[in-house]
Design a protein around this ligand. Sequence first.
Ligand code: PMP
Ligand code: GLN
Length: 387
Amino acid sequence: LPSKLPDVGSTIFTEMSALAQQCQAINLGQGFPDYPPPEALIQAVGEAMRQGCNQYAPMAGLPQLREAIASKVMAQHGRSYSTESEITVTAGATEALMSSLLALTHPGDEVLLIDPAYDLYAPATRLAGAEAVRVPMRAPQAGDTTFRIDWNRVESALTPRTRMLVLNFPHNPTGLTLKIEDLDALEALIARHPILLLSDEAYEHIVFDGLTHLSPVSRAALAERTVLVSSFGKTFHATGWKIGYCCAPARVMAEIRKVHQFTVFSVSTPMQAGIARYLPEADLAELSGFYQKKRDRLLAGLKDTVLRPLHSEGTFFLLVDTRALGTEPEKTLAVRLTREIGVASIPVSAFYADPARPEANHGLLRLCFAKLDATLDQGLERLRGLE
Ligand code: PMP
Ligand code: GLN
């Protein structure tokens, strides 16, 4: 059978979670919490089911959820989206990203990705018949604690065939957030090149140290060209619910909906009804503090290990420099640590086009801190044994 994605196997997240289970390891790999969603949200979904919200939702999503999303985005970014024509509820951020790439890119187009990049973007681009072009961030040099985006590098990679630039801030896996200067750079870039922005903001509510999440849609000129994508999975500790959304100008959203209606048509009605009821009352601002405590607990514990943390400004991930352990490829190391000390992580090389190449291997592993304090402490206890 001729494969459309001959070089694609199981994702690194599936692979590392399976290995973690097999080895009964502490799973700090795949990004999911080991604690439940808010009780009031679970109640709201249960009530929605009992009240008869069990048949197909409208294709674009329940009106009351689109209203709640519109209010949230307005409060966050001061941008108004029409619930009729500019907001769609999707099966997680995943489906919003896939539907956007399938709907908006054509064979012969180029889609620019900034490496390290989340694993979905390149295969989704190829399924659309387009070509993924990858620009690396500047990896941390000795003594540095962050990756950096070089917008000149990004602009140099643009060609007349570039249709879209994929952004993902707060960034998985580096934890980078966008700053005012980044939005300035994007605005200048957009003024010179007629491209679309696909902005994956799955971690929008998790930013630390008083930083604010800045979305491209907070600028009118950028919003005109942007598809904003997010997910309730991270925000409500419910990655298994697979509910997300996208917002875009009507002419762009009309195309995305054409794909959405023939991939899933619509998504789970009781989940949408429950989230619509809960969202207006949810204290979303509290999430950053909740995760900052977990980040800091992990940082404090890492001091007693040979692993050196990089700085994380957002998301529920942080990277650790493992070079004190030697120079083996990140994937080999991640597998070995899972087997030998019982802690699973994700090799950052998996976020590059070719994980085996030296340019993809900076000796970095990603740790997920969306875990109970007891789980983090157990993981740290095991990491302390490394030398
Ligand atoms: N984008 C990024 C950057 C992610 O990390 C994830 C998964 N956590 C997704 C998209 C997918 O989100 P969802 O589970 O809502 O499909
Ligand atoms: N986004 C999650 C992560 O980065 C994984 C989701 C998945 O397994 N596809 O860990």
